[in-house]
Write a protein that binds this ligand. Structure first.
Ligand SMILES: Cc1cc2nc3c(=O)[nH]c(=O)nc-3n(C[C@H](O)[C@H](O)[C@H](O)COP(=O)(O)O)c2cc1C
Length: 358
């Protein structure tokens, strides 16, 4: 029954998604962001209306349990930091995600870049996204309120990451410190931090990656306030030499990991889009074309004593197998979850099959 149910929902979702993208391409309005939110609200609505758990729940095979320091992921498939809508995150966890990271937050509420700031792009017939959201969000207090209102950390029994952003070193430290203080009052210990030093869509979003001594100072300051697991998320746009310097720095700290990686910066025109398809003329490309670089970066980083999250371009089981063989422990996904979240139970099933056959 499971595979049939999954295939039915997957077909239905992909059909509606295809119509949505067609609509955006023909009419432009409402933009891609509104459509995606509309689809997600619909799914959350169905979940609520039908008691949720049974209809849209898929078990994770036990064999997929993956440990990283004191975190235990029931599956190595995790959602990458790109959503802060907790209803959607709950929906993915119910589908079988082993955990994942909430979208990057800044210290205070932030509007992000002007619209349009998200567009679908087809490359070699495969669906991609380009975004320049610019880290819109509720800020630290807003996120804490949202988590409290849903008793989120109490109910979700998978590791949850908080992606820390900043427009200055002080802001990164402020976000990490305030979140850490608040987390001490919460029931779950399965919470980790992910420091985003790879955002192509805000000024200075990647500057820490280019100043390893400053990154070192930031990590010392954050380590002084927390002993939680910390991942640092790097950009595929960094050179190999710079990525090695970052990895060398991270190795000096306890309970650190590295996430490879974020979106790749592209201009709209380089992707065959109108210059203003994204209001700021370009943004981060995500989707299958990132895979080649993700694989290269994972191979490079496997030379260091750091657990690796592989993120970027994962869409099928073959990608995961290749990245696992290259040294990745966990597998982050974003674009494929927008295209078809029902890939989660399918990939979990395929992964458990692979484990059985090893
Ligand atoms: C709409 C959108 C918003 C994103 N926002 C964030 C963010 O806030 N923080 C972050 O670290 N990465 C962000 N990302 C990057 C994703 O987490 C992920 O690293 C990237 O999309 C590559 O993975 P994918 O090819 O599976 O999409 C965003 C990606 C998308 C598409």
């Amino acid at each position: 029954m499971g595979p049939v149910k999954r295939s039915l929902f997957s077909c239905l979702y992909q059909y509606i998604h295809f119509l949505m993208i067609l609509w955006v391409k023909c009419w432009g309005r409402p933009g891609m962001e509104s459509w995606i939110r509309f689809a997600e609200k619909g799914l959350s609505g169905i979940r609520k209306a039908y008691g949720g758990s049974a209809l849209l729940s898929f078990p994770r095979p036990d064999s997929l349990r993956t440990s990283c320091y004191d975190l235990v992921f029931p599956s190595p498939l995790i959602f990458a930091a790109f959503k802060d809508q907790l209803d959607v995150i709950e929906f993915w966890i119910n589908l079988g995600m082993g955990g994942g990271c909430i979208k990057t937050i800044l210290a205070t509420p932030h509007e992000g870049n002007p619209y349009p700031r998200l567009q679908p792009v087809s490359i070699n017939g495969q669906a991609h996204l380009i975004n320049a959201l610019g880290l819109p969000g509720k800020g630290v207090k807003g996120l804490q309120e949202a988590l409290t209102a849903r008793s989120f950390l109490q109910h979700q029994h998978v590791p949850i990451g908080i992606s820390i952003g900043g427009r200055s070193v002080d802001e990164y430290i402020q976000v990490a410190t305030e979140m850490n203080e608040w987390l001490k009052t919460q029931p779950s210990t399965q919470v980790y931090f992910e420091i985003n030093i790879s955002c192509p869509n805000i000024a200075k979003g990647k500057s820490l990656a280019q100043q390893v001594d400053v990154l070192d100072g930031l990590l010392k300051a954050i380590r002084a306030v927390t002993d939680r697991v910390i991942f640092v998320k790097v950009s595929p746009d960094e050179s190999d030499a710079q990525l090695c310097k970052i990895a060398e720095t991270l190795q000096l700290f306890p309970k650190m990991g590295i996430n490879a990686g974020n979106t790749q910066y592209r201009t709209c025109t380089s992707l065959g889009l109108a210059d203003q398809a994204i209001s700021v003329g370009g943004g981060g490309l995500s989707g299958p074309s990132l895979f080649k670089r993700t694989y290269e970066v994972v191979q490079l980083l496997s030379n260091y004593q750091l657990p690796i999250i592989a993120t970027g371009g994962i869409s099928k089981i073959e990608d995961i197998i290749q990245l696992k063989e290259a040294g990745a422990l966990l597998f982050g996904m974003a674009t494929q979850l927008v295209m078809d979240p029902f890939c989660i139970p399918k990939l979990n099933q395929q992964l458990s099959q692979v484990k059985k056959n090893v």
